[in-house]
Ligand binder design. Structure first.
Ligand code: SF4
Ligand code: SF4
Length: 314
């Protein structure tokens, strides 16, 4: 779901006090890249910049955050609670977790609505399963925060052909509330993304900016608890294992919540219980060698008048 509320411009160049931007997400989403882009833009404006980040043990899949402060004079590198002009969440639950750092009433909250459920936060990891993880609805948050943007950035990025440019879509949205010239964003972005993805990232940036120009009414009927309605689609999961990259470290085998993986006779990972795999992506996020890619597609299901569900073939 896409949602937005009213906007308020953040004008770093003319503010006496430092501007504070808190960027949060999980490992592998590009929190550090986003903060470097913001730091570079601030430097180009001739502003002092201070950045502090935590990503140590998080590596891939764990919590990562970065404080960016810039202005004419900046002393401390960390943002006090309730002092962030912007909280930028690359993942919904991380965004919510840091919401208390936002300046009450005036701060801008931007977050992807994508939820990455930690491995052991719930027992039932099937799609649409009931769990207690970050279950505030988008509408609840948008209604609480006067300036809030909650796009389905990951969904938009997937449509652009690369799920990983979701962070750039959020940067595009951020660019509409910051007072840096838009041309500076377009110039700086290519310096920080892989050369092969420059074109897609620039498209993603523009898509984020364009998203803010359209109305995105919050779904007021959305509730904070996942509903167990008749499913309308079935998820199909396909695990792509690049055997040549697998270093037999066993991390994915140990961390798969469904115990679907094992090392074969050659100590290479294999999917031994495909029927149990939920497509949670834990193995993909945790593999240090990028040897696993999880592909999830949705197969529509329609119910006939007797209530019997059938799959719709493509
Ligand atoms: S194999 Fe990977 S995607 Fe499937 S349940 Fe295990 S960790 Fe999740
Ligand atoms: S985490 Fe990656 S490298 Fe380690 S066993 Fe699994 S696939 Fe192989």
């Amino acid at each position: 779901m896409n949602s937005t509320a009213g906007t308020s411009a953040v004008r770093p160049a003319v503010m006496a006090a430092p501007t504070n931007v808190l960027i949060v997400g999980v490992g592998g989403q590009g929190v550090i890249m986003v903060s470097k882009i913001l730091a570079r833009l601030s430097q180009l404006q001739g502003l002092q910049v201070k950045q502090s980040e935590v990503h140590g043990m998080a590596k891939r899949g764990g919590s990562v955050f970065s404080h960016i402060r810039f202005g004419n004079e900046v002393w401390s590198p960390t943002i006090p609670m309730g002092e962030a002009d912007v909280v930028l969440g690359l993942e919904w639950a991380e965004g919510l977790r840091w919401l208390r750092y936002l300046k009450p009433g005036v701060g801008t909250f931007i977050s992807d609505t994508k939820r990455i459920v930690p491995p052991f936060s719930c027992r039932d990891r099937q799609h649409d399963a009931r769990h207690g993880y970050a279950n505030h609805s988008v509408a609840e948050i948008v209604n609480q925060v006067p300036s809030a943007f909650a796009p389905d950035a990951t969904g938009m990025a997937t449509q652009l052909g690369n799920e990983r440019v979701a962070n750039t879509i959020l940067l595009g949205i951020l660019s509409t509330v910051m007072d840096f010239p838009v041309e500076s964003w377009r110039e700086v972005l290519p310096e920080f993304v892989p050369p092969k993805t420059v074109e897609t990232n620039l498209k993603a940036f523009e898509a984020g900016r364009e998203w803010t120009t359209k109305p995105h009414a919050p779904d007021l009927n959305e509730t904070s608890v996942v509903q167990h309605a008749m499913p309308t689609s079935r998820r199909e999961v396909n695990l792509e294992i690049t055997e040549a990259w697998c270093k037999s470290c066993d991390i994915c085998v140990k961390m798969c919540p469904e115990r679907c993986l094992a090392l074969d006779d050659h100590q290479i990972v294999e999917l031994v219980k495909p029927e149990a795999c939920t497509g949670c992506r834990v193995c993909e996020w945790l593999c240090p060698d990028f040897a696993i890619a999880v592909h999830v597609s949705s197969v529509p299901i329609v119910a006939n008048q007797a209530g019997v569900s059938t799959e719709v073939s493509a």
